[in-house]
Design a protein around this ligand. Structure first.
Ligand code: PHE
Length: 326
């Protein structure tokens, strides 16, 4: 019996050399489990002569305590090492260079719109806004484009319920302005427009316009020419010419297409004298007041000024393009 106790102790001492917590749990079971080595020894006690039982019992108990104590110490030692390793690996090196955060910047179209506004503000214009979800009346009827007018075909759009639509032009803001304010009026409006145009290098279903409207006594075409020429001078620099070609827009008469000469003639948008029907629609007497209006494409302006060959670049969100205008 004494020999068996010694053997188990020696076996334990050999096996405890492991470094794995998992193996230690196995060892615990193997030696101290319900059917483990120590339990078997206790069972064998009944085969020992009665007078020796007490002494052997004490020896087995001592062995049991020895094993328990060693396993416990070893487990906490392994756990401590594990903790130290973790701490060492998580050490913070405050001298490593930081990550640079990219700061945002205004989109080139936003920059262009702000610049356009700034120029007209300095020329005495106020800046108006209007809804992108517009009533059919403001987008078409009030602008002298009745329901079956062929001019609607060129401005097909996204129709919503109850005679609402996505505006095809900023011209409805002319009507909203004249309904609200009495002449003299001298405003621009910059904003997003929508048309059912398949995308190509010069068309996109979303685009932006700058609308201008001046209504006063004795306003003439001459003033329209002077205003746009001055805007072009400030936007594109000295020596850029503006050309007016006769053209038709139902809400102006006479009307003109406007182009600028910036290494070739490029069409910027429409313009003209506000049609008497439009003035009548908002209760302004055309005998007493005249007006001029224009609507130019913001994308066009930016494409010419920054030499951008394709309108789709504005809407791709490709940083290689956008970063050039930071
Ligand atoms: N709204 C017209 C368009 O989008 C442009 C325009 C504006 C023409 C004002 C004349 C006067 O085509």
């Amino acid at each position: 019996m004494r020999q068996k106790i010694e053997e188990i102790k020696n076996e334990f001492i050999k096996k405890i050399k492991t470094e794995s917590a998992e193996e230690l749990r196995e060892l615990e079971k193997y030696f101290l489990g319900r059917k483990g080595k120590v339990a078997l020894l206790f069972k064998e006690l009944k085969n020992v002569p009665k007078e020796e039982r007490k002494s052997f019992g004490e020896s087995i108990n001592a062995l049991k305590e020895f094993i328990e104590k060693n396993i416990k110490e070893k487990i906490s030692e392994i756990e401590r090492e594990e903790r130290m390793r973790k701490l060492a690996s998580e050490k913070l090196d405050v001298t490593v260079p930081g990550l640079k955060l990219r700061s945002g910047a205004l989109h080139i179209l936003t920059q262009t719109m702000l610049e356009v506004e700034k120029i007209f503000l300095s020329m005495g214009f106020d800046v108006m806004t209007g809804p992108e979800i517009e009533e059919e009346y403001y987008n078409f009827e009030a602008l002298n484009i009745p329901e079956y007018h062929p001019a609607r075909d060129m401005q097909d759009t996204f129709y919503l319920l109850n005679k609402y639509l996505l505006r095809t032009q900023t011209s409805p803001i002319q009507i909203r302005t004249m309904e609200k304010y009495k002449p003299p009026i001298r405003v621009i409006a910059v904003g997003r427009c929508y048309r059912k145009d398949p995308p190509d290098a010069h068309h996109f279903p979303i685009f932006h316009q700058v609308e201008g409207l001046v209504v006063d006594k004795n306003v003439s075409f001459k003033e329209l020419k002077g205003t746009l020429s001055e805007f072009v001078r400030r936007m594109f620099g000295e020596g850029v010419e503006v050309r007016f070609n006769p053209s038709y827009f139902p809400f102006v008469e006479p009307g003109a297409e406007t182009s600028i000469n910036f290494g070739g003639w490029l069409e910027m948008g429409g313009s003209g004298m506000v049609h008497p029907n439009v003035l009548n629609n908002v209760g302004i007497d055309p005998e007493e007041y005249q007006g001029f209006a224009f609507g130019w494409g913001i994308e066009r302006i930016a494409m010419v000024k920054y030499n951008i060959p394709d309108i789709r670049f504005f809407y791709k969100n490709d940083l290689r393009f956008l970063d050039q205008f930071r």
